[in-house]
Write a protein that binds this ligand. Structure first.
Ligand code: FES
Length: 149
């Protein structure tokens, strides 16, 4: 009676393992080179509005940091002005800014940069420019974020 399962010899097993290791090594070297010449297309900012979910996820006085294209954006629900949105990337050295409801300012933790949440302008510190402003809107209880046109 013929045997139906193929035999894997010790030599065959070692050749297979050696081939897998060699293929992995090639992938480790070639992968980053390919990624350098053909990088993923990530838009600086999305061309269409993106949904941020239900408006109740950002209560008055609260904020939410979301991915918006290549960089994060910060959406703040201000008591006096409603929803405002800015790039969360500090204009000084690109640290990620945060909303501080106690101080009422957008703060950069890296070098003590402070921004006005009403318009994104610099209040104090080293940032040379205001935060980039985005358009935030509500439709049917859902919050949308998009670039200003
Ligand atoms: S990176 Fe924000 S103040 Fe320097």
């Amino acid at each position: 009676m013929a045997e139906l399962t193929p035999k894997l010899t010790r030599h065959g097993f070692l050749v297979t393992i050696r081939s897998l290791i060699a293929a992995s090594a090639v992938g480790v070297v070639v992968g980053p080179i390919l990624a350098f010449f053909w990088p993923m297309e990530l838009l600086e900012t999305p061309e269409v509005p993106i949904s941020l979910g239900d408006e109740e996820t950002i209560p008055v006085g609260g904020s939410k940091t979301v991915r918006f294209g290549r960089n994060p954006a910060i959406v703040i629900n201000l008591e006096q002005f409603g929803l405002v949105a800015y790039s969360a990337v500090c204009t000084h050295f690109a640290c990620i800014v945060k909303w501080n409801p106690e101080s009422g300012m957008i703060e950069c933790p890296c070098h003590a940069g402070f921004y006005d949440p009403q318009d994104g302008s610099v209040i104090s510190g080293p940032p040379p420019l205001p935060l980039e402003r985005f358009k935030v809107s509500k439709d049917g209880g859902t919050i949308y974020l998009e670039t200003l046109t």
